[in-house]
Design a protein around this ligand. Structure first.
Ligand SMILES: CC(C)(COP(=O)(O)OP(=O)(O)OC[C@H]1O[C@@H](n2cnc3c(N)ncnc32)[C@H](O)[C@@H]1OP(=O)(O)O)[C@@H](O)C(=O)NCCC(=O)NCCS
Ligand SMILES: [Zn+2]
Length: 324
């Protein structure tokens, strides 16, 4: 898994291939394992410390369904010819297994185009949980969208929509689900774009989860230098988080970005930047935050996340550890 192309990386930290969890030991054709990347495969643009896909996809089926499945021994000699890796969403699934193919189709469409945001969801939240943070946000291609925000632990239709959106995001990032306390201290920011059809519905094409945090670490500027020398050699002078070397001092920092995702067809249009700016402006009501003053941190940026971090934060974004 890649964090920063230019950064020094530790050895792959994927957990051992044999899962101690019996629930993950179903056959490769069941949904959780079917969506699992082939054993030993590394993913581009992924932080080193994320958990394996199988652990994340487990959540995609209810526990009841999983319990009903007969547990079988995990096979290590998976026939690679039956596994197909989609070049559009990076997901591996079993060719010919109807359930897998259908699940991949749904995931792939979300990754590329986003998810629908219906009028019902809009109606349910307006004036209560949802705030329209910004209207008529102009993208690089001239199209306009809007940004809404709501507490990340919201219930009802909006909560259901957010959790399926986060499932897709976590699967793409190979990240674990956000914990309940994290959701309780977070706000979701969604970028909505009118759909091309005449349905007047909108699509969720981008998402940022901003979290109230206490402390974060400054990134060491020397990260791109010779890995054999420098302050990161000593644990007293450097702390490594997902392949990024930071100063170990924990500095007060009010906002953390735990998840950031833009559907692939809408990237490089300024959506992530607009969402981050909206979060910085409104996360703490009446107290806009400034990335250039190091008031914002990212949890485990991917390669592309790091590029956004550099561009939007001018190198002053800090790093924090989730659930610490
Ligand atoms: C990272 C991600 C959210 C960026 O979303 P985006 O809407 O395309 O980003 P923006 O258009 O707002 O980009 C802002 C700036 O960041 C930099 N940037 C973003 N993506 C980049 C890329 N792939 N290559 C180089 N620079 C990039 C650019 O400087 C860009 O400004 P520019 O387009 O004017 O040059 C998106 O690529 C994504 O969802 N990736 C997969 C999930 C992921 O890696 N999430 C990050 C978790 S920390
Ligand atoms: Zn795909």
């Amino acid at each position: 898994m890649r964090t920063y192309g230019s950064r020094i990386r530790k050895a792959q930290t994927a957990p051992p291939t044999q899962s101690p969890d019996p629930a993950s030991s179903s056959t490769p054709t069941t949904m959780p394992n079917a969506l699992k990347r082939p054993l030993g495969e590394t993913m581009p643009n992924r932080p080193t410390k994320r958990t394996r896909t199988a652990q994340n996809t487990k959540k995609l089926k209810s526990t009841t369904e999983l319990k009903q499945k007969a547990l079988t021994q995990l096979h290590f000699c998976i026939d690679q010819s039956t596994l197909h890796k989609c070049p559009l969403c990076d997901l591996c699934y079993t060719k010919g297994a109807k359930e897998d193919v259908a699940l991949h189709k749904a995931h792939c469409s979300r990754v590329q185009k986003g998810m629908e945001w219906s009028k019902e969801e809009d109606k349910e939240g307006y004036g209560t949980s949802i705030t329209e943070v910004k209207n008529r946000v102009k993208l690089n291609n001239g199209r306009h969208g809007r940004i809404i925000s709501f507490p990340a632990d919201v219930g009802g239709k909006i909560g259901t929509k957010l959790s399926s959106l986060l499932q897709t995001v976590n699967l793409c990032l190979v990240s674990p689900p956000l914990s309940k306390p994290t959701l309780q201290s977070s706000k979701a920011y969604l970028f909505l774009l009118p759909q091309d059809s005449s349905s007047k519905s909108e699509s969720i094409v981008g998402c940022v989860i901003a979290q109230r945090i206490e402390v974060a670490m400054e990134v060491l500027e020397e990260n791109a230098s010779d890995p054999s020398d420098g302050p990161w050699k000593s644990p007293d002078s450097a702390r490594e988080v997902a392949g990024i070397f930071c100063k170990p001092q924990k500095l007060p920092t009010p906002m953390g970005i735990s998840r950031m995702f833009v559907s692939s067809k809408h990237r490089r249009q300024g959506i992530a930047r607009a969402l981050l700016a909206a979060a910085a402006d409104t996360f703490i009501p009446g107290c806009p935050l400034d990335p250039l003053k190091s008031q914002i941190a990212f949890s485990q940026p991917t390669g592309d996340g790091n590029k956004v971090m550099q561009n939007w934060g001018g190198g002053r974004i800090r790093i924090y550890e989730e659930d610490c």
